[in-house]
Design a protein around this ligand. Structure first.
Ligand SMILES: *Cc1c(COP(=O)(O)O)cnc(C)c1O
Length: 367
């Protein structure tokens, strides 16, 4: 039996055909396909604007530039995310200030944000971890009160809904990733969405060497080459057509897991907050202290049964040396410190067969 992998891209004939068509057209760098992808992305997110980039990290860098985060500014973010969330803050010379998470949703604990606001705080990067939107009503309220901008790191939450709004439209500006393991992909890619025309124009410029729009070789400020290629955009467009189907498959698998795993003592299944949908970029169990083994041991056991699983993420971001700009007291992070020892994500990707799903269920039930 081959190993059931934790993620797998759904690349079918239409993606391959679309890529080949662009590759043989003679126009392969950023052109009409990228423009079309931006249009479709804005449509999906119900935003006015979208700007494609070459990956999710450059999308975050671009968003931080667009809202004008300056060297020395402080940006509040969650201690529990992929490192790119925090690294992007360093890319504009600002300082990440980490906040603990909510134990139920794994997203930033809004009540703990306030204590970290200083005169230097300019923005909050909120992550919709594993595909579940955070508490934007409370976060946007707080941000307004303290004159902070909000960036939505939607790398894992494409097509999720919060209070009737799509992910990508929940903050001042939002960022997506089209990396190979994400819910839709073109290998590497990213997207920035916003309703703010000024942010949109700054993002477009930043992506293309700081060049004035429509004026070749006229540069206003520092920019980068963060452009996406047209053959990748063609693949992403084919993926976008399937987004509802792919999302539903993930949600259906998660539902099946929930029904069964919720009855296993000392395992906690994903908890979804009110007024939102979860798109299950990851299906993440909590292997609590009272369970017969810890998350690492369960991971090893599952692999011995040919099931790949993974601990996202094994170390809170505040513990990495290059990200430390503040001395934190241990107790500040009591929740994330506990959660990293409990989480285990198991396969939930749309290509799992019903047979594989049943096998995973059976293996975990019989522990
Ligand atoms: C994947 C991811 C990113 C970075 O995206 P890349 O396309 O890999 O650069 C940023 N934040 C989160 C939460 C992610 O999951």
């Amino acid at each position: 039996m081959t190993v059931i992998s934790i993620s797998k891209p759904v690349i079918e004939k239409d993606e391959i055909k679309a890529a080949l068509q662009v590759l043989s057209s003679g126009v392969i760098a950023q052109a009409s396909q990228v423009a079309k992808l931006e249009e479709q992305f804005a449509h999906l997110c119900q935003t006015k604007y979208a700007v494609a980039t070459n990956n999710g990290t450059s999308a975050l860098h671009t968003a931080l530039y667009a809202i004008d985060i300056q060297p020395g500014d402080e940006v509040i973010t969650t201690a529990f995310s992929f490192v790119a969330t925090a690294n992007s803050i360093l890319m504009v010379g600002a300082r990440p200030i980490f906040v603990d998470i909510d134990e139920k949703t794994f997203n930033i604990d809004v009540a703990k944000i306030k204590k970290n606001v200083t005169k230097k705080t300019k923005a909050i990067i909120v992550v919709n971890l594993f595909g579940q939107p955070a508490d934007y009503r409370e976060i946007n309220y707080l941000a307004k009160k303290y004159h902070l901008k909000v960036i939505e790191d939607a790398a894992q939450s494409i097509n999720a809904v919060y209070n009737g709004k799509k992910s990508g439209n929940l903050a001042d500006i939002s960022c997506f990733s089209l990396y190979a393991t994400k819910n839709i992909t073109c290998g590497e890619g990213g997207m920035v969405t916003t309703n703010n025309c000024n942010y949109f124009q700054r993002a477009r410029r930043f992506r293309n060497h700081g060049q004035r729009e429509g004026k070749k070789y006229d540069y206003i400020a520092l920019g980068y080459n963060y452009r996406l290629t047209d053959f990748q955009a063609a693949v992403a467009l084919a993926q976008l057509k399937k987004i509802d189907k792919l999302t539903k498959r993930r949600q259906d698998i998660a539902k099946k897991y929930n029904q069964i795993f919720k009855n296993i003592p000392d395992l906690i299944v994903p908890i979804i907050g009110v007024n939102r949908t979860h798109v299950f970029h990851q299906y993440t169990l909590r292997v609590t202290r009272d369970f017969k083994m810890n998350n690492d041991a369960l991971k090893k056991y599952l692999l011995s049964k040919n099931i790949q699983s993974s601990v996202y993420y094994p170390k809170p971001l505040y513990q990495f040396k290059h990200l430390q700009f503040k001395k934190y007291h241990h107790a500040d992070f009591s929740v994330v410190n506990k959660i990293v020892k409990e989480v285990l994500s198991i396969p939930v990707h749309p290509l799992l067969t019903n047979e594989e799903i049943n096998y995973i269920v059976k293996t975990i039930i019989h522990l």
